[in-house]
Design a protein around this ligand. Structure first.
Ligand SMILES: Cc1cc2nc3c(=O)[nH]c(=O)nc-3n(C[C@H](O)[C@H](O)[C@H](O)COP(=O)(O)OP(=O)(O)OC[C@H]3O[C@@H](n4cnc5c(N)ncnc54)[C@H](O)[C@@H]3O)c2cc1C
Length: 445
């Protein structure tokens, strides 16, 4: 093993992001230690089949086995009720336990305990952990910060969206068919889930500044009376009773502007946390985590490319954050019935007015050099940049696109585009008609 691979990489936090980075680094042959403690409250979350696929690609097997079959979902938004799709319920305590099993099976060293501090000296990082067996100090050459929203952010520039809080309460009652529902209301929206064992999970998301939340001792009644007023909540609360404590989770969108250094990286919610409305938190966490092993590999193996690797991670984190923030904005803007309420006003214009999809005109399409991933390392390559794809498109089915676009542009007015493409494709010229259709559909020519 070379010296850089022998440097211990310490991952702080074993959620989907920390887990995916650890598994990815193991595949590259690194020695990895993950330190984490269980979350204090068992949340329930919903994911789509696309996220299930992402989790499978990341290498989670035991965690996936904890997911029940897809559950039908009803949505009441802007006065319309629809029952278009389904989602998988993630019982986070069970799922997170599955992640630990996956890590152990893949040779990741696990330390279970609370991280209470970390510092950086000349010989690397020192991380203090409280375990059930007492205090431990761990040493590492590289740190992956994946403690989710709990990751300390002191000294880091962060962009925050409208301050948002989600109030979560379990209810229990007779067994009902598993289901989920979403409903908008004047001061926010609710997400509700029922599992096969009769447990129901109700989550009310409100605006911190305008919700007028009562003191803590009245919060449960306040929250439950808000839920009782929602018609979609009826199947979840009729014949059921609240059980356990009410929990509050911050759900403010937060972007960490500096997500990577030469010997540290932030992934998942620690780098960028999104509004839960998008239902894409786990997907986004995975996306940032799946690219991280190549970034870390470059920082450790090819420090001369450190700037490029850092730029790659930062640009992708920001792109993901704004993409999902704009999806959320457009979804909030669809709710017209409460448009004048503070919750909705603050969210329908944030983060900006830039449309989700921009029409691409040939004059806006350029060829530029951008960082890309090749063989688990970051390098720079020529890509095609458009207003819709600011990070650039490098390949399509393994074919570099920048040389093909250049060939089309360098033709003379009489040349047929398909012939120009065929000449540039060489022995793959049979792909020219198909590629031309694709390029035209993108608006590049
Ligand atoms: C109210 C709400 C509802 C949501 N609903 C959904 C949904 O329906 N669908 C969806 O896809 N996403 C949802 N999300 C987002 C989702 O929870 C996160 O995006 C995702 O879990 C982030 O993964 P992560 O690995 O970055 O962090 P986490 O999953 O938060 O993992 C971090 C880990 O680090 C551990 N940790 C933290 N601090 C310490 C410490 N000091 N010492 C040791 N360990 C520590 C934690 O216990 C945890 O195990 C929701 C979020 C909120 C707030």
């Amino acid at each position: 093993m070379d010296a850089s691979r022998a440097r211990k990489i310490l991952v702080l936090g074993a959620g989907p992001a920390g887990g995916a980075v650890a598994l990815g680094l193991r595949r590259l042959g690194y020695s990895v230690c993950v330190v984490s403690e269980p979350r204090p409250f068992s949340a329930v979350e919903g994911i789509s089949e696309r996220v299930v696929e992402g989790l499978r690609n990341a290498g989670f097997e035991a965690a996936l086995k904890t997911l029940p079959a897809p559950t039908p979902r009803r949505v009441h938004w802007n006065g319309v009720t629809s029952a278009a799709n389904a989602e998988r319920l993630v019982i986070r305590t069970e799922f997170d336990q599955g992640i630990l099993v996956d890590l152990e099976r893949n040779g990741v060293e696990l330390v279970q305990g609370r991280i209470c501090g970390s510092s950086r000296g000349d010989d690397g990082y020192r991380v203090d952990v409280e375990t059930t067996d007492g205090a431990r100090t761990l040493h590492a050459g590289f740190l992956v910060e994946a403690r989710g929203r709990a990751a300390p952010g002191t000294g880091l520039e962060r962009l925050r969206g409208p301050e948002t809080l989600s109030l979560l309460q379990y209810w229990s009652g007779p067994a009902i068919t598993p289901r989920t529902a979403v409903q908008s209301c004047a001061d926010g929206w609710a997400w509700m889930a029922a599992t096969a064992d009769g447990r129901r999970y109700l989550q009310l998301t409100v605006d911190v500044a305008s919700a007028g939340l009562p003191p803590k001792e009245q919060l449960v009644e306040h929250c439950n009376s808000r839920l009782r007023a929602l018609e979609m909540a009826a199947p979840f609360i009729d014949g059921a009773e609240p059980t356990g404590e009410l929990h509050a989770r911050t759900s403010t969108p937060i972007l960490c502007r500096e997500p990577v250094g030469d010997d540290w990286i932030r992934v998942g919610d620690a780098a960028m946390a999104v509004d839960p409305l998008s239902g894409n938190g786990i997907f986004q966490s995975l996306s940032s985590a799946m690219q991280a092993p190549a970034v870390i590999n470059t920082l450790l193996q090819q420090p001369q490319r450190a700037r490029l690797a850092r730029a790659f991670h930062k640009a992708r984190i920001e792109e993901l954050f704004f993409r999902f923030a704009r999806i959320g904005r457009d979804f909030y803007a669809q709710e017209a019935a409460f448009a004048s309420e503070p919750f909705w006003q603050r969210r329908r214009d944030w983060p900006d007015q830039i449309p989700m999809h921009r029409t691409v005109k040939p004059q806006d399409v350029s060829i530029a050099r951008r960082p890309v991933v090749e063989n688990d390392l970051i390098r720079d390559a020529e890509v095609v940049v458009t207003p819709d794809q600011p990070l650039g498109v490098w390949h399509l089915q393994g074919l570099p696109l920048a040389p093909l676009l250049r060939a089309l542009r360098n033709g003379t007015p009489g040349d047929h585009p398909e012939h120009l493409l065929a000449a540039a494709l060489g022995d793959k010229k049979a792909l020219a008609p198909q590629l031309l259709t694709w390029i035209r559909r993108q608006g590049w020519i």
